[in-house]
Design a protein around this ligand. Structure first.
Ligand code: AMP
Length: 405
C-alpha cells in the first residue's frame, strides 16, 4: 500500500474517487459544499507536486441513465472557485471524450468526469454478469491514469467499480487513500482501538434493528452505552413499560432484552432515558407533556427525552474521555422536540473542551451538530454515516480492503 504523504505525483495522472454527492437547490446550485472542501487537501497535494487529477464521483441516485439534475457539471463552479483554476469536464465518464481529455491533461490541471452512476456498471454488482460489467467499467476508468487515490469515505462500504474494483488495475505502490479517508480511519481507530476510558457511546435514531450490530460490537468496547431516540421504546416495552403510540419494533423485543443482559454480563453501564416528552400527534404544534419513561400514555408518542434524562446523559458524557455519537435523541427536525439532541451535542462539546475525544457520525447526528453550530467543537465529524457504522460493526470495508489488501 502506498502512503499519500510519501508519494510524489510529479508528472503523474491520478484518478481520484471523491465524494461530490452534494445537495443542490432547484437552480442546481450547491447548497452545502462540505464534501467538496473535504477533497481539496488531496487534490492540492497532487497539483502542488506537479501532477494532474482526474476526479470521479457519483451524485444522487440516477436510475435510468443520464439526468441533468444528477449532473456533476453543477459542482464545477464551486470546485473551480476553491481550487483557483478552471476545472475541465467530460460529459460522459467513459468514452472518447473522457479518454481524449484525460490524455491531454497537463500537470496542474483537473478534469472532472460526469456522474459514474449514469452507468449501472458502477454499482450493480449482484450477479456474475453484473460483476463482469463492473470490472470492465473499472478497467476503462483505470486506463486514464497512472495512480489511483480513494478519498471517498462515504462510499468505502460499497464494493463498486470506482470505490474498490478499480484498485486491482494499479500496482500496489500506485494505489492509496487520500487525506480524507486517512483522517476518517485515524479517528475511528482512535475510538475503537485506542480509546481512553471511560468510553461512552450514544446511540439514537429511529430503529434499533438498523443499529443492533453496532450496539453488539460496542458492548465489547465501551464503559457506558446510552440509548436514546425512537429506539428507546423497544427497550421500554420489552421491560413492561407503557409506550402508547411511540415507535416500537415488536419483533425486536427479545433482542432488546438480550442487549440488556449482555451489557450486564460485560459490565457495561446501559443508560436508558428516565423521562420523556409525550406528544398527542407527530407534529411540531402537538400538545405535549412530560412523563416518566415507563409511563407513556395510550394515544401519545414519546418524541424527545425529558429534563431528567438530559441531566443524566449530560453527566455521563461530561465524565467520559472517549465519546462516540450516532443518531438523534428525538425528532430534532421539529423545534419542539430538539432539546434532547441539542443538549447531547452541547454536552459532547463541553466534554471535548475538557479533553475528551469525540467522534460524531451518521447523517442525522452530523446534521444536528451542523444545525446547532457545534461541528468545530467536537473532535471529529465523520463524512460517512453508513461506512462509519459498518466499520464500527467490525466489518471490513471493501474500499479500504482494496487498498490495504
Ligand atoms: P436514524 O436514521 O435511525 O438515525 O433515525 C433518525 C430519525 O429518527 C430522525 O429523523 C428523527 O426524527 C427520528 N427520531 C428520533 N427520535 C424519535 C422518536 N422518539 N420518535 C420518532 N422518531 C424519532
Amino acid at each position: 500500500m502506498q502512503i499519500i504523504d510519501n508519494y510524489n505525483f510529479a508528472g503523474k495522472k491520478a484518478i481520484v474517487r471523491v465524494d461530490f454527492n452534494v445537495p443542490l437547490d432547484a437552480q442546481f446550485k450547491v447548497t452545502d459544499d462540505n464534501r467538496i472542501r473535504g477533497a481539496l487537501h488531496t487534490i492540492r497535494k497532487i497539483l502542488d507536486d506537479g501532477g494532474s487529477a482526474i476526479l470521479m464521483s457519483h451524485l444522487g441516485r440516477p436510475k435510468t441513465g443520464p439526468e441533468d439534475k444528477f449532473s456533476l457539471r453543477h459542482v464545477i463552479p464551486v470546485l473551480s472557485d476553491h481550487l483557483g483554476i478552471e476545472v475541465q469536464f467530460a460529459d460522459d465518464c467513459i468514452g472518447k471524450q473522457a479518454e481524449e481529455k484525460s490524455a491531454a491533461l497537463k500537470p496542474g490541471q483537473v478534469l472532472l468526469l460526469e456522474n459514474l452512476r449514469f452507468y449501472t456498471a458502477e454499482n450493480k454488482v449482484k450477479t456474475a454478469e453484473e460483476q463482469a460489467a463492473t470490472k470492465e467499467f473499472a478497467k476503462k476508468l483505470s486506463t486514464y491514469a497512472d495512480v489511483y487515490v480513494n478519498d471517498a469515505f462515504g462510499t468505502a462500504h460499497r464494493a463498486h467499480a470506482s470505490t474498490a474494483v478499480i484498485a486491482e488495475f494499479f500496482p500496489e505502490d500506485a494505489r492509496m487513500f487520500g487525506f480524507l479517508i486517512n483522517k476518517e480511519l485515524d479517528a475511528m481507530d482512535k475510538v475503537l482501538k485506542d480509546s481512553a476510558s471511560p468510553f461512552t457511546a450514544i446511540m439514537g435514531g429511529a430503529k434499533v434493528s438498523d443499529k443492533i450490530q453496532v450496539i453488539e460490537n460496542l458492548l465489547d468496547q465501551v464503559d457506558n452505552l446510552i440509548i436514546a431516540g425512537g429506539m428507546t421504546y423497544t427497550f421500554i416495552k420489552a421491560q413492561g413499560g407503557e409506550i402508547g403510540n411511540s415507535l416500537c419494533e415488536e419483533d425486536k423485543l427479545e433482542m432488546a432484552l438480550e442487549v440488556i443482559k449482555k451489557a450486564e454480563e460485560k459490565n457495561v453501564k446501559l443508560v436508558l432515558p428516565v423521562d420523556q416528552v409525550l406528544a398527542d400527534d407527530f407534529n411540531n404544534d402537538a400538545n405535549t407533556e412530560n412523563a416518566p419513561i415507563m409511563e407513556g400514555k395510550p394515544g401519545y408518542m414519546g418524541l424527545d427525552i425529558g429534563e431528567k434524562t438530559i441531566a443524566l446523559f449530560s453527566d455521563v458524557i461530561m465524565n467520559s474521555k472517549t465519546i462516540l455519537w450516532n443518531g438523534p435523541a428525538g425528532v430534532f427536525e421539529m423545534p419542539s422536540f430538539q432539546k434532547g439532541t441539542v443538549s447531547i451535542a452541547k454536552a459532547i462539546a463541553a466534554s471535548t473542551a475538557e479533553g475528551a475525544f469525540s467522534l460524531v457520525g451518521g447523517g442525522d447526528s452530523v446534521a444536528a451538530v451542523n444545525k446547532f453550530g457545534l461541528s468545530d467543537k467536537v473532535s471529529y465529524v465523520s463524512t460517512g454515516g453508513g461506512a462509519m457504522l459498518e466499520y464500527i460493526e467490525g466489518k471490513e470495508l471493501p474500499g479500504v480492503k482494496a487498498i490495504r489488501g
